[in-house]
Design a protein around this ligand. Structure first.
Ligand code: HEC
Ligand code: HEC
Ligand code: HEC
Ligand code: HEC
Ligand code: HEC
Ligand code: HEC
Length: 301
């Protein structure tokens, strides 16, 4: 299963606490806990289970030690020199994203992002809610006919933003725009071939859906039996899967100097690894074997 991703819009409480708490630590010599610090002496609601080794008070309520592993955390004179990166500051810490810590105790249902690429319901029907998120109405597909009512609510160039960044991965920004003549020639030749075409947007720009097919495999019906529809191993539940690669050390060495520069501007230890794509999802053509890239580029090795 994929890791959980928090929907920040639905979690104002979490954000409020995260923000206020992280400010308070900046003033030296603090002797008071931040106003919005987590309550203590509260009883566990039914169903909440604390991870092993996170103690409760002898009255079975929440105490400082339920969350913090530093013995003297309740001594205000220690607060000025707290090291929040200390693995004991928060049990099993440090946490890159504070919600990950919160969800060790709190239930995360209701805070998960809706994966609108999961379009086939358990009863075999298509999820209309998903279709009409992007389309004005659920498109009608009749065997052998060009699909009707596929109008989109937004231009393709902005359809994915909000849920995804403009930069979900390396090189996505470099690709958004008008192709050079060289690339365009190659792309047009590809689009005239029998292979699955890669559409540009209405301004003839490369955009997310040029490479990606946002539909779960099986949603778009073939017009004819010989039409190519790339299904691949596309599994929208699991998402893309990467595995370690023996080229990683080469890649790391190449980037080491630039990463060291960047590190000076970051509190978090930065690491960079090259990993090989093992399972791809939501692509129009397979990328693993180079087919996708080759439709527009001719790389010499
Ligand atoms: C439910 C979990 C929880 C409990 C219980 C808890 N804390 Fe915290 N505490 C946190 C979190 C989360 C932070 C913020 C961590 C961060 O800013 O990275 C924090 C921050 C702190 C800080 C640093 C504040 C700052 O930003 O400078 C101190 C000091 C602290 N807690 C002391 C205590 C004391 C004393 C108690 C008991 C009275 C206590 N905590 C109980 C979760 C908890
Ligand atoms: C060690 C377990 C534990 C952790 C970790 C934890 N909580 Fe809690 N939290 C509780 C308990 C127990 C309560 C009291 C029962 C309830 O209201 O659910 C509570 C209550 C709350 C409340 C309701 C407070 C109120 O005044 O009604 C909020 C908001 C909250 N937690 C947010 C957070 C956030 C944000 C984090 C992460 C920074 C967090 N919790 C981490 C155990 C935890
Ligand atoms: C994330 C946005 C998004 C969602 C959700 C979505 N679509 Fe689409 N759909 C598109 C885009 C963009 C296109 C045009 C590009 C293309 O052909 O894929 C499209 C095109 C289509 C087409 C025409 C394909 C063709 O080859 O002519 C059909 C049919 C379609 N969608 C059906 C559906 C159905 C049914 C659902 C719900 C189960 C759905 N879509 C959900 C974005 C979406
Ligand atoms: C309503 C929000 C939403 C919109 C709009 C949306 N997506 Fe997604 N997308 C998700 C969620 C949720 C996932 C599951 C992975 C995650 O939680 O990040 C996902 C996963 C993906 C993945 C696979 C990543 C993985 O590893 O699972 C791709 C590729 C992708 N989306 C492309 C697109 C494209 C292209 C568009 C626009 C046509 C689009 N998405 C529109 C929410 C959205
Ligand atoms: C030039 C082709 C191309 C373009 C343009 C492109 N992507 Fe991708 N994208 C890929 C490939 C290849 C992968 C890795 C294989 C896969 O989808 O599983 C990928 C992966 C992803 C993932 C999964 C990230 C992960 O960590 O696995 C998301 C999310 C995504 N793309 C969203 C987008 C969005 C949003 C845009 C537009 C802003 C976009 N992509 C533009 C080719 C492209
Ligand atoms: C739909 C066409 C298309 C596809 C598919 C595509 N690219 Fe590109 N690529 C472009 C465009 C457009 C540019 C911007 C430069 C240009 O127009 O020549 C670009 C630029 C690049 C660059 C920057 C260096 C340069 O040549 O200017 C790299 C690296 C690159 N692409 C790699 C890839 C890889 C790897 C893949 C496969 C995952 C891929 N591309 C798939 C269209 C495409």
């Amino acid at each position: 299963m994929r890791g959980l991703v928090t929907l920040w819009v639905a979690a104002p409480l979490l954000v409020a606490m995260a923000v206020t708490v992280s400010h308070a630590g900046e003033s030296n010599g603090a002797t008071e806990l931040p106003e919005r610090h987590h309550p203590v002496d509260v009883v566990l609601p039914e169903g909440m289970i604390l991870p092993e080794g996170w103690p409760l008070s002898d009255k079975n309520t929440l105490t400082c030690a339920s969350c913090h592993g530093l013995d003297d955390i309740d001594q205000p004179d220690t607060w000025a020199d707290l090291d929040k990166r200390d693995p004991r500051f928060l049990h099993d810490g440090p946490y890159r994203r504070q919600e990950q810590f919160c969800f060790r105790c709190h239930d995360d249902t209701g805070y998960q992002r809706w994966n609108l690429h999961r379009q086939k319901l358990d009863n075999g029907k298509l999820d209309e809610r998903s279709c009409s998120y992007c389309h004005l109405e659920q498109p009608q597909q009749i065997k052998g006919e060009v699909p009707q009512k596929t109008d989109l609510r937004l231009p393709p160039a902005v359809l994915c933003l909000g849920c995804h960044l403009k930069t979900p991965h390396l090189n996505s920004l470099e690709h958004a725009g008008a192709p050079s003549e060289k690339v365009l020639d190659r792309l047009q030749a590809h689009n005239r071939s029998a292979r699955r075409p890669l559409p540009l947007d209405e301004q003839q720009h490369v955009t997310c859906v040029t490479c990606h097919d946002p539909h779960q495999p099986g949603v778009i019906e073939k017009l004819s039996a010989d039409q190519e529809v790339w299904l691949g191993e596309s599994d929208v539940e699991t998402g893309s899967v990467y595995v370690s690669s023996r080229w990683s050390p080469v890649y790391e060495a190449d980037k080491a100097e630039r990463l060291a520069d960047l590190q000076q501007h970051s509190d978090w230890p930065l690491a960079l690894r090259y990993r090989r794509l093992e399972q791809e999802v939501l692509l129009r053509l397979p990328a693993k074997d180079g087919t996708l890239c080759n439709a527009c580029h001719q790389f010499e090795d």
